[in-house]
Design a binder for this molecule. Structure first.
Ligand code: NDP
Length: 272
């Protein structure tokens, strides 16, 4: 999707005709050396995904405030003296939710499922945007408590934050608002839904951050109930749009990136 955007951007600005986005598979133990090599070879920027987002925080030379708060970076920009780290996942989900579901996080009750790496970015974005209250459910209580402790330090007293056991949701869980799945349940077609939707009102909106399996159990159940819902492809696209904006300082054609991502996914799905 980045190369499709660069082709479109190159029509208006010859600078981008030379730019290419390439994929490298780097093992955890090789990350430090890889980042040094990419800098030496003149790369303008880097995106990082699992498992590098947290480790890279200690390898960058500068870090922007949001990424520092999250303790995770997914976008690096070249500076004269090294890499600057950013995190565009929160931006991605906020834009995606507004575009796909017409929901503004400000003033919304959010029920978030998951407390892993991506969940941290999502929770901070909901709090930064001024959600009404935040409920976070996770299977592993220690991971949940660690995230709650981090959030309470910064946001405690400003916004109600509640944790719950995802295997036994409490009766006090709100029945409407915005449900965001940030567990990895839903990535595979055979995955069960992370939560039963019977307990919610049909006015609930559902955003599933997984992508590549738009007919998973959670989304199928939400559609059956007439709930507004969307999968995580839009989040992927918007975090990528923001990264390309950071590197280029130019306007990025989000629609071109979206189409390219859909086409790539379609090709992958039709190949089985
Ligand atoms: P992590 O491995 O850090 O976290 C995984 C989360 O899923 C944990 O909360 C974990 O709970 C939960 N989980 C895994 N298996 C189960 C299960 N069987 N039952 C209940 N909960 C389970 O992954 P990330 O946070 O990096 O990613 C999470 C999801 O977000 C992925 O699906 C990923 O595809 C998606 N994502 C999407 C992006 C996008 O742009 N659309 C960007 C980044 C992530 P526990 O602690 O109990 O193990």
């Amino acid at each position: 999707m980045h190369n499709a955007a660069l082709r479109a951007m190159g029509k208006g600005d010859p600078r981008f005709r030379e730019w290419r986005y390439q994929r490298f598979e780097i093992s955890e133990e090789d990350l430090e050396e890889a980042l040094e090599t990419l800098l030496r070879k003149g790369f303008l920027g880097v995106n990082l995904t699992i498992p590098h987002k947290v480790r890279a925080v200690s390898l960058v030379d500068h870090i922007d405030a949001t990424a520092e708060q999250l303790g995770a970076v997914n976008t690096l920009q070249r500076a004269p003296d090294g890499w600057i780290g950013f995190n565009t996942d929160g931006y991605g989900i906020e834009k995606a939710i507004r575009q796909e579901l017409g929901v503004d996080l400000a003033g919304t009750t959010v029920i978030q499922l998951g407390a892993g790496g991506a969940a941290r970015a999502v929770a901070v974005k909901c709090l930064q945007a001024g959600c009404r209250e935040l409920w976070i459910g996770n299977r592993d209580p220690s991971r949940l408590n660690e995230l709650l402790r981090l959030l309470e330090m910064e946001w405690g007293g400003r916004c109600p934050i509640h944790g719950f056991d995802l295997t036994q949701p409490p009766p006090t869980l709100p029945s409407t608002g915005l449900l965001i799945n940030v567990t990895s349940l839903g990535l595979k077609p055979e995955d069960p839904s992370p939560i039963a939707l019977e307990r919610f009102s049909d006015a609930l909106c559902v955003y599933d951050s997984t992508y590549g399996n738009p007919h998973n159990r959670l989304l199928a159940d939400a559609r059956d109930r007439g709930m507004r819902c969307a999968d995580g492809l839009s989040m992927l696209v918007w975090q990528g749009v923001r990264a390309l904006e950071i590197w280029s300082g130019a306007e990025v054609p989000a629609d071109v990136m979206r189409r390219a991502a859909e086409e790539a996914l379609h090709t992958r799905l039709s190949r089985g």
